[in-house]
Design a protein around this ligand. Structure first.
Ligand code: ATP
Ligand code: MG
Length: 397
């Protein structure tokens, strides 16, 4: 393109006015393409002349430096509102050195922003004609990198902790077995079964069991789950849960009500894991009703999902805690591990489902599990099979 314009320049005296107008129009169109390309990039670009006055500042640079309208006759640093940035640009441009990815923070009303600045000579026709300044706002990039680093170190820590927990589990099992043997030997040799030593043994056994359930829950929460989804009925899983928890519920004067919609579809579930997820919610519901109440478990279809709701008439959850209850180790109970709902959440996610909760203090809580209902495969027929006609596609005989 440049060669064509050079040729035009050589014969400019012979070009009629209409031809000249067209050439200028072409030049303007070309210029506007370059300008929009430079203005569309997210990187800030500033071109300065040899006197350090701006020749061009693209949109991103205007946004990053907050230069509202720039003046061509004023040196660049005098047009910058941040002292830190202005001082750096003045020193860098005056020193005439190339600068690569210098990081600098500037203060902005929303907080500090981190910039990466590179400055190089602008070479035109083999001569230095000024400077090209490249500015990038790397605040989000750095934040994401830090987040990734944190996630990586957390993952490494979790693996390490899972390893330690696993190592604790085996000797714990062996301690429990040995204690059982000691109990049996003592029972054989002691005349009275009421000896205080049996009370002490029971206490140690209880503590071992507690420690074991903490370790087991922790491993369950952090290890990848071995979930196999099969088409199955959720009603059967719910009935099993009710059977398991029935005794505990009646001891606490809790009435369990099940409400299943007719003809519920089968959904993709791992019955064993779903049972665990429901048990954790039901156990919490029972704990939330120390003076008795009603536990309602319902299963209904809504659009393309099956919803299982577990409602209690218990103490409820204060609004400020609602966002925390699925977090690992969040508990308000003296002997809780705070892993129950974390495990439930993980299981439901593995089912490609969601779990939501609504609660009102002293009224009760409702946990709803949303499971996708498998849809019949949609076959896309070719348009002529489908009775559709593509415009202009009629075959000529
Ligand atoms: N139905 C509910 N009613 C009131 N509070 C609840 C209910 N379900 C959960 N919570 C609150 O959420 C917290 C976290 O529950 P989660 O099941 O994860 O742990 P936990 O029950 O405390 O301990 P565990 O790991 O032994 O289950 C509970 O400590 C409780 O404060
Ligand atoms: Mg719990």
């Amino acid at each position: 393109m440049k060669a064509a314009y050079e040729n035009t320049l050589k014969r400019i005296d012979r070009i009629p006015p209409e031809g000249l107008k067209q050439i200028v129009r072409n030049l303007l169109a070309e210029n506007s393409i370059y300008e929009s390309a430079l203005n569309s990039t997210l990187d800030g670009i500033i071109v300065c002349d040899l006197a350090h006055k701006p020749l061009f500042i693209n949109r991103s640079a205007e946004k990053i430096t907050r230069i509202v309208s720039w003046a061509q006759e004023v040196v660049l640093w005098e047009q910058l509102d941040d002292d830190n940035l202005a001082d750096f640009i003045q020193e860098a441009l005056s020193s005439e050195k190339n600068i690569l990815n210098h990081e600098l923070s500037i203060s902005r009303p929303g907080g500090t922003r981190l910039l990466s600045i590179s400055i190089s000579a602008l070479v035109s026709e083999g001569k230095i004609a000024g400077n090209l300044i490249h500015i990038e706002d790397i605040t989000e990039k750095r934040r994401r990198e830090a987040q990734l680093r944190r996630a990586e170190s957390l993952a490494a820590l979790t693996t390490l902790a899972a390893g330690v927990a696993h190592e604790i589990k085996n000797p714990l099992a062996s301690i429990r077995i040995q204690l059982g043997i000691i109990r049996r030997i003592l029972e054989k040799n002691c005349a009275k079964k009421t000896e205080p030593i049996f009370h002490n043994i029971s206490l140690v056994e209880q503590e071992i069991d507690r420690l074991n359930s903490i370790v087991v829950d922790f491993l369950f929460a952090v290890r990848p789950m071995d979930i196999t989804l099969i088409r199955n009925r959720v009603e059967d899983v719910i009935k099993e849960v009710v059977e398991i928890m029935g005794n505990e519920a009646s001891v606490h004067h809790i009435n369990i009500v099940c409400e299943f919609e007719d003809n519920l579809p089968e959904v993709m579930i791992d019955p064993k894991h779903l049972k665990q997820a429901l048990l954790n919610i039901v156990k919490n519901a029972i704990a939330a009703m120390p003076n008795g109440g009603t536990l309602t478990i319902s299963a209904v279809t809504r659009h393309d999902e099956l919803q299982i709701s577990i409602s209690d008439t218990g103490i409820g959850i204060p609004e400020e805690l609602l966002a925390k209850i699925f977090e690992p180790y969040f508990t308000t109970k003296e002997s809780g591990t705070g892993l129950g709902l974390t495990i439930t959440f993980k299981i439901i996610k593995e089912h490609n489902g969601e779990i939501t909760v609504e609660s009102k203090p002293s009224k009760g809580s409702t946990f709803t599990i949303h499971l996708p209902i498998p849809q019949p495969e949609q076959k896309s027929l070719p348009p002529w099979e489908d009775g559709l006609q593509i415009e202009g596609s009629e075959m000529e005989e």
